[in-house]
Write a protein that binds this ligand. Structure first.
Ligand code: ZN
Length: 281
């Protein structure tokens, strides 16, 4: 490999942030916190290990994902409850907020909607930060574990990857066939998962999640949502996924509704304002 004579100078160029996010509409976290104080629990869903379950929350309600029994990673999908074509856009959320999400950051929806679907309002793992390996929690850099990649790499037929778990849960919830439901499953927010990229080879890595029972990640629903959460077959994702080897635990999803009037001044965000003419007409 021959390097150009000015290779060092080219590498030394300072990076610029692709999407400075100071102009992003900021969530009113104070208002959300006030509303959460008087909120009452509406219900809960226990997601079994190596399986997934759906839940619904209305705009203005909260949902909390908690670790129970033992360290466990969850793969989260979100859709507009009235229109499955509007779904969580992991890549754009990453571009706007960074590789891992925490309090005040949003799960943004796909084009042409591109609006906040949910805002993170509480994260008991926010103390973790970025560790010495470059790892952090709640990533939007992974995809979701799936049987196709397992088949590609190892020739396996494993049926309890998050992709399949989410597919079955959505099919049952919506009365769709598995193939119809599968097309709506998308890249996830990896709740509680500890991940990063190796510095030497740039490869996606995972390590044992720092989550412990009682830890939780809580969201404010900005629009009416259908959610699906898979308790990953990787368990705490310390060694492997896409098999029945890892020790797995359930995950708890709880929904909360604020008192009437608690969100005065707040409105569910409209869809994106781009006119969609794409330079024609
Ligand atoms: Zn998984």
């Amino acid at each position: 490999m021959t390097e150009p004579s000015d290779a060092a100078a080219r590498r030394a160029v300072k990076p610029v942030v692709c999407y400075p996010n100071e102009t992003l509409p900021a969530p009113d976290l104070e208002l959300y916190a006030q509303a959460r104080k008087g909120a009452v629990k509406l219900g809960e869903v226990l997601v079994p290990p190596r399986d997934a379950a759906c839940f619904r929350v209305k705009a203005g309600q909260f949902f909390r994902i908690s670790s129970v029994e033992g360290p466990q990673v969850g793969d989260l999908n979100l859709w507009n409850a009235e229109d499955l074509s509007e779904r969580f856009y992991s890549g754009k959320s990453r571009a706007l907020h960074g590789t891992h999400l925490t309090v005040g950051e949003r799960m943004w929806s796909s084009f042409p909607y591109l609006r906040p679907m949910a805002t993170i309002v509480k994260d008991t793992l926010d103390w973790y930060g970025i560790d010495a390996y470059g790892g952090s929690v709640h990533d939007v850099i992974g995809t979701r574990c799936d049987p196709y990649t397992g088949n590609l790499l190892s020739g396996t037929q494993y049926h309890h990857c998050c992709h399949s778990n989410l597919t079955r849960a959505l099919a049952d919830e919506m009365g769709l066939s598995l193939h119809e439901a599968e097309a709506h499953v998308h890249d996830v927010l990896n709740v509680f998962m500890c991940t990063g990229f190796t510095r030497d080879t740039g490869q996606y890595f995972m390590k044992a999640s720092p989550v412990r029972p009682g830890d939780h990640l809580e969201f404010f629903a900005e629009i009416d949502l259908l959610g699906a959460l898979s308790a990953c077959p990787g368990g705490d994702c310390s060694t492997e996924h896409s098999s029945d080897t890892a020790r797995c635990h359930p995950l708890l999803v709880e929904m909360f509704e604020p008192e009437p009037g608690a969100l005065n001044g707040w409105a569910s965000p409209p869809v994106n304002g781009y006119d969609r003419s794409h330079g024609r007409g």
